[in-house]
Design a protein around this ligand. Structure first.
Ligand code: GLU
Length: 285
């Protein structure tokens, strides 16, 4: 596949809390490599979770990144304004017979799980709804039972041969090599959630394609997700960027920083009088 001459990198935070040092590292890393390779740095707001994401967190993302000295082209793509794009992609998968409705609750999945776990440690979906008779599916859909749509990974991989990820490690200037993708290790992942008409996996691949992203730079916590992303790219006939997964910034207790653990936010550091230059100076790329 020929590569567009313009290199486009993206930083794609979810505004469900305040950004912390790990986000600062990822954003500055992305900006550094975009500049070093003569590319553009694009910001995207990943707010498909309309309950946990809040407008004040979106504003805070802009403020924190500006404070760090980052710049990006406007308008910024905000995922919640593009649910139609994800619907079209989900419909394309559905029309190929690759999605099936799943009515299971979390508790039902836990109860039926066979002990196998996905790379994130969650139980692999036991497949309960994969073989639900058509009449029962229809009945539940018509009755408005909460539904999520899962990818039939076995069927999706049928006849596809070996899938590979184009990877540049340890950084985007490294030689691009192919790594074998193993999407089956995720089981039948959710592509359309119950609470929002898409999922992280679906919206991220659709947006990367729409925005012409050539280089994905993100933390190692999403390393295994790339296996699903390249499968979706093949199924939806979308180009596949080059992927670089950088190390995660850890706290003093060596645990990954996270919004839910209340890790020190950039706003908190700013309030303590820390200058953006001091934050930049902590990182080497
Ligand atoms: N929105 C995701 C997050 O904040 C990142 C998505 C990605 O880089 O692919 O963790």
């Amino acid at each position: 596949m020929s590569f567009p001459s313009q290199r486009i990198f993206r930083f794609a935070p979810s505004p469900n809390g305040r950004l912390h040092l790990g986000h600062a590292y990822s954003a500055l890393y992305t900006d550094h490599w975009a500049r070093a390779l003569g590319g553009a740095f694009v910001l995207r707001i990943e707010d498909i979770d309309t309950v946990r994401c809040r407008p004040e967190f979106v504003e805070a993302v802009f403020k924190d990144l500006q404070w760090l000295g980052l710049e990006w082209p406007e308008p910024v793509r905000v995922q919640s304004a593009h649910f139609d794009d994800y619907r079209v992609a989900a419909d394309a998968l559905r029309s190929k017979g690759l999605l099936y409705p799943c009515f299971c609750t979390r508790a039902e999945i836990r109860a039926a799980a066979d002990g196998r776990t996905d790379p994130d440690g969650a139980p692999i979906y036991p497949g309960t709804c994969r073989h639900l008779p058509g009449a029962e599916r229809l009945e539940k859909l018509e009755a408005g039972v909460p539904v999520q749509w899962r990818l039939d990974v076995g069927r999706a991989l049928d006849g596809k041969g070996e899938l590979s990820i184009r990877e540049a490690m340890p950084d985007p200037a490294s030689e691009v090599v192919k790594r074998r993708a193993e999407p089956e290790r995720w089981g039948d992942v959710v592509i359309v959630r119950k609470d929002t008409p898409t999922s992280y996996h679906l919206s991220v691949v659709v947006d990367d394609a729409i925005q012409g992203i050539t280089h994905v730079t993100r933390g190692m916590d999403l390393y295994a997700s790339t296996d699903i992303h390249v499968l979706l790219q093949v199924l939806l006939d979308l180009p596949s960027p080059v992927y670089t997964h950088h190390p995660l910034i850890v706290g003093e207790d060596a645990e990954k920083l996270s919004k839910s653990r209340g890790s020190e936010s950039l706003a908190g550091l700013r309030a303590l009088g820390i200058a953006p230059g001091e934050i930049r100076a902590q990182f080497t790329f």
